[in-house]
Design a protein around this ligand. Structure first.
Ligand code: FAD
Length: 441
């Protein structure tokens, strides 16, 4: 009888952990080691999802149950590329799966972006979710704030900025964040989308949730409710888009109430510059856009200056280049064919280096066009050979094995997290992990 397959999974967010679950349920005899750069697992579920989304945060219960399964070990505080390298992992494991997600803000190249008061959403989100790498205080002196982006991350940022700190007290919000938000001077939060209501990336539930706060008046300008043929086709094609549009239309025609803070949703405004004086944000310049017929927009040459003292950029998250792996800097993805990592010279990275959330079907749809072209190449086998175990069993990497031995008092940076219960659950797909870069959520 052979020994179990040994698999290393890098990144203990939902994609990494769902990958572990899929491996365990595959029926193969397998042992899996998860390597996570943070001291604790769960990635953006812990450090991205807003504190007032407890239902999503609750996913950690299911993820915990996977980590508790026999044959699964989690090594926290291990940074792939720094603490452990690809050749070390490949020496001791039959397969290496990368599930490192996307944690940095996609850049926005407009003048003034480096002014004090111009923030990436990822930093602010990390602050309110208590990320250990982020300073404990956050400057919340602005009365009027701009949030750039028309996705759910923009809604999260706008909602957390606009809500009263008291409303967040029922959540797991850290004390320093509650104190910071309680002292906030904000009265108006302006969210700007480049395109129209039918092109917004909001999901209906998250959009409607904005209107639930007793302290926040949500305001939509009726002039921003415009559609072209492309928009109408998008509304007809998607129930989600239809629901979002209906909600926005409803808000645009109702009377504005008297709640103390206002959250304005603006469409057809493309940010062109962040304005400043004395090194600090004093405004935002946007160009009015118009629909072209197919749902895209062009500039009209009409500019507006908005009196804001802080700007938050929520224009998408981007994954980082991982050491020793190829990386497509344009799409922010690891080139792969059906999950198997490709190198930049069209050759397969020799054996068994995979991206999480990439079953054949999912990868086929999520691969970059370049990777898709490679898939057709005879050198890229669409059905890779199974991972064959090496002839002799290997120990885990030295940094990890020493950690394992000292699970309750970890030496140095390394620590092991393990718990011990199990129970049946139905996993979501790991599709989230197959995307390395995200448009505004
Ligand atoms: C602000 C925000 C709010 C969100 N809110 C919601 C929501 O309300 N509902 C919802 O369904 N989804 C939400 N999402 C989306 C959800 O969080 C992601 O889809 C999901 O977390 C992606 O999972 P992942 O495992 O691919 O990546 P991640 O969750 O990012 O996990 C990747 C893991 O890899 C680790 N890692 C990275 N680099 C290394 C390295 N070099 N070595 C070792 N480990 C490494 C990271 O520390 C992290 O733990 C939100 C996302 C964001 C950004």
């Amino acid at each position: 009888m052979g020994r179990p397959l040994r698999v290393a999974v890098v990144g203990a967010g939902p994609a990494g952990i769902y990958t572990v679950d899929a491996l365990i349920k595959s029926g193969a005899e397998v042992s899996v080691d998860l390597f996570e750069r943070m001291p604790a697992p769960f990635g953006l579920i812990r450090y991205g999802v807003a504190p007032d989304h407890p239902r999503i945060k609750g996913i950690v219960d299911a993820l915990h149950r996977v980590l508790d399964k026999p044959g699964v070990r989690l090594f926290g505080n291990i940074d792939y590329g720094g603490d452990v390298k690809l050749d070390e992992l490949r020496q001791f494991y039959d397969a290496v799966v990368f599930a490192t997600g996307a944690v940095t803000d996609r850049p926005l190249d407009i003048p003034g972006v480096d002014l004090a008061g111009s923030h990436g959403a990822a930093d602010f989100v990390s602050w309110y979710d208590g990320h250990p790498d982020v300073a404990r205080s956050w400057p919340l002196t602005a009365r009027s704030v701009a949030v750039l982006g028309a996705g759910n991350v923009a809604l999260d940022v706008a909602r957390v900025l606009a809500k009263s700190a008291e409303e967040l007290l029922v959540t797991e919000i850290p004390d320093n964040v509650h104190a910071g938000l309680a002292a906030s001077a904000v009265t108006d939060v302006h969210v700007f989308g480049r395109r129209g209501p039918a092109q917004a990336r909001f999901t209906p539930l998250e959009l409607r949730e904005l209107d639930h706060s007793p302290t926040v008046e949500v305001i939509v300008d009726p002039e921003d409710i415009e559609f072209d043929e492309g928009s109408i086709a998008a509304i007809r094609a998607s129930k989600q888009v239809d629901m979002v549009v209906k909600t926005l239309q409803e808000w645009a025609i109702r009377d504005v109430g008297t709640r103390p803070r206002r959250l304005h949703l603006h469409f057809f405004h493309s940010p062109t510059a962040i304005l400043g004086a004395g090194g600090h944000v004093t405004g935002l310049r946007t160009e009015r856009t118009e629909l072209t017929g197919d749902g895209s927009v062009r500039g009209t040459g009409v500019f507006h200056d908005w009196d804001v003292q802080a700007v938050y950029r929520a224009v998408g998250y981007l994954s980082s280049h991982l050491a020793d792996l190829p990386f497509d800097h344009v799409s922010g993805t690891v080139p792969h064919a059906q999950g198997r990592v490709l190198d930049m010279d069209d050759a397969l990275v020799p054996a068994r280096t995979c991206r999480a959330g990439s079953s054949a079907a999912r990868s086929a749809s999520s691969a970059t066009p370049r990777a898709a072209r490679r898939r057709r190449s005879p050198r890229c086998s669409p059905t890779p050979p199974p991972c064959a175990p090496p002839s002799t069993p290997s120990p885990p990497p030295s940094s990890a094995s020493s950690t394992t031995a000292a699970s309750s008092s970890p030496p140095g940076r390394a620590g092991r997290t393990s718990t011990r219960t199990s129970g049946p659950w139905v996993p979501r797909t790991a599709a989230s992990g197959s995307r390395s870069s995200t448009a505004p959520r």
